[in-house]
Write a protein that binds this ligand. Structure first.
Ligand code: F6R
Length: 599
């Protein structure tokens, strides 16, 4: 989604803005732009395409003079990716420039009103109404202007504003869209995400909804919508710069897969050492709500929590859940899973569930994000910053967080003896080593990828937890390699979809669940009989699978509930190598954005 950066200080602003925007590229975008005040007026450069196009246009920033500016990467929503639709947008005379992340839902109404007042629009964007509204409301006080704007607009926004009438200030405000203020020495920053400013400062204000930040070189003042000054704690970011850099790897995705063992260890060890999570009240029912891969973690969660804790679990896609009028009682615990902690639908589902009286348990990676702050209880996944659009290490740590939640609920519910607790915890602590062993198979996986990367369509099948992991394996492959793929419960394929299997169709069959092994074997035989090529994943010992499969990857024997953590690393690497062989833009797949802050 869109990225925002702003800088005010002593340095030339545009190289800092370009650098910050480059750290937000991972969020996904299709155009970029910068506005800098040069001492007498605001100059703007913007262009469709990669940041490199903009950077070349302004000679790496050198061409735009000035020490106060705002920058933006746009992920098109209203209007195609084009130079004119790129941000910043300005009022007619060009003395106010605005960058915006989010969606102004009532922009048509506002646009019609502004047109009736003589305003002319040049772009198709919703954002341009804010630039003209600013012009319309401005009577000499920029804070009053911003307050009037936020009282008028509906939807979500993070805004960065500069005005040549207030040349020594950047104004920023947000609602339902992430925004932070970075605090430097004689310089300050705004950004939609930490990596953009991590190189310059680790001290930030996490701006809350409808808080207005006024940045000067010398300091930052925060106001509420009554124009009263408010105090806020400085939040210290504990990520290091290296964690947000490629560190010699060709792709962030590969680096992040390599970081899975440490992320899992960091997530699991503190909880196990301090004792499992305590529950004051045992929920009677759980709803797990999330989007995309995080939703797939929820599917694993349903199996594991019902098995261990004997508490019924419903799993929902957040964009459906928020509109389906879910039946919540005060005994329902709503588990919200999100890497970014900012996904619009997931955040809305959280807020709606809260209004209905449910308690919220958040599983979140980004510390201080909206979902983390608005949950009643948070279990942080300690994966560190995840830059590749396709999630890998965050997914792996979310899985381990779900195991910790399942064990904690099982204990609270009286379903876990001391011996069982110890056995499960010991096995969880061994997961980082197991995952490292999975990574050691990378050459073999690369070889299999070289055999199968020309596939036109791939089916992932499995039963039980293997089905849950098939969902993620399939998503990973399609999103980065653009090969069509689908996941099916292995027993379900014959109810229609098997008609798509023909000579040479690749089927990735997961058979890691001992109790279901023979059943899945029968399904493998069914697709083989129809010409499929099978890549199987199973546990050590099930060597007879080689008689029916064309390629096999093995995972070591572990508790069957934990096999998803091992199998998924193999599937992530498989997707990675296939995409690499196809020459795809692995870290920034087409059409995708990292932090999906619009509905
Ligand atoms: C897929 C992927 C997405 C996210 C989804 C939710 O690789 O990364 O499906 O899992 O957009 O994002 P978060 O976890 O940030 O809420």
């Amino acid at each position: 989604m869109c990225g925002i950066v702003g800088y005010i200080g002593e340095k030339q602003a545009s190289p800092v803005l370009l650098d910050g925007l480059s750290k937000l590229e991972y969020r996904g975008y299709d155009s970029a732009g910068i506005a800098v005040y040069d001492g007498s007026k605001i100059n703007i450069e913007k262009s469709k395409g990669r940041l490199k196009v903009l950077s070349d246009l302004i000679d790496g920033g050198k061409k735009l003079k000035g020490t106060c500016g705002i920058g933006h990467t746009r992920w098109a929503t209203h209007g195609e990716p084009s130079d004119v639709n790129s941000h910043p947008h300005t009022n007619k005379v060009g003395n106010i420039a605005i960058v915006h992340n989010g969606i102004i839902e009532n922009y048509m109404k506002l646009k019609t009103y502004l047109i009736s007042k003589g305003y002319e629009f040049v772009s198709e964007t919703d954002t341009e109404v804010i630039a003209h509204l600013a012009d319309y409301y401005y009577k000499g006080d920029i804070i009053d202007t911003v307050i009037k704007i936020i009282n008028k607009v509906e939807g979500s926004y993070a805004l960065g504003i500069i005005s040549s009438e207030h040349p020594d200030e950047i104004i920023a405000v947000r609602k339902d869209s992430p925004l932070i203020v970075g605090l430097g020495d004689g310089e300050n920053y705004i950004a939609s995400d930490i990596p953009a400013i991590l190189k310059y400062t680790k001290n930030v204000y996490l701006i809350d909804d409808n808080e207005i930040a006024v940045l000067k070189k010398s300091g930052v003042t925060l106001y509420n919508t009554d124009k009263e000054v408010i105090e806020k704690e400085v939040f210290e970011v504990n990520w290091d710069i290296q964690s947000a850099e490629k560190g010699g790897y060709e792709h962030f995705m590969f680096k992040e897969i390599m970081e899975e063992p440490i992320g899992i260890a960091n997530t699991v060890n503190p909880i196990i050492k301090q004792g499992l999570i305590k529950f004051d009240k045992i929920p009677k029912k759980l709803h797990i709500v999330a989007c995309g891969s995080a939703y797939h973690v929820g599917v694993v969660g349903k199996y594991v929590i019902e098995k261990l804790a004997k508490i019924p679990v419903e799993v929902d896609i957040a964009s459906e859940y928020r509109y389906r009028d879910p039946l919540l009682t005060e005994d329902t615990l709503v588990v919200i899973i999100s890497q970014s902690g900012e996904t619009a639908d997931t955040l809305a589902a959280l807020r709606d569930s809260k209004k209905r009286g449910a308690k919220i348990f958040g599983i979140v990676n980004v510390v201080g994000s909206s979902i983390a702050r608005e949950s009643d209880e948070v279990l942080y996944t300690l994966a560190g910053p995840e830059i590749a659009v396709a999630t890998t290490k965050a997914y792996s740590t979310q899985l381990t967080a779900i195991y910790l939640l399942a064990l904690s609920l099982a204990k609270a519910n009286g379903n876990l003896s001391a011996e069982e607790e110890k056995a499960y915890c010991d096995e969880l602590m061994r997961l980082p080593d197991y995952v490292s062993d999975m990574i050691k198979q990378k050459e073999k996986i690369q070889y299999y990828a070289s055999r199968f990367y020309n596939s036109k369509s791939v089916f992932f099948i499995g039963r039980g937890l293997d089905y849950a992991i098939s969902l993620e394996g399939s998503l990973k492959l399609k999103e980065i390699s653009y090969i069509h793929s689908e996941a099916y419960g292995a027993g379900e394929l014959k109810h229609g979809t098997i008609s798509l299997i023909e000579d040479g169709t690749l089927v990735v069959a997961l058979a890691t669940q001992d109790a279901l092994y023979e059943k899945t074997m029968s399904n493998i035989k069914e697709v083989k009989a129809r010409g499929a090529v099978v890549l199987a994943i199973t546990e050590d010992g099930h060597y007879n699978i080689e008689e029916t499969s064309d390629a096999v990857l093995y995972i070591p024997k572990t508790n069957p509930l934990f096999t998803p953590s091992l199998a998924v690393t193999l599937l992530q690497l498989f997707a990675y190598y296939v995409a690499s062989l196809k020459g795809c833009d692995i870290d920034k797949p087409r059409n995708l954005a990292k932090s999906v802050t619009v509905e």
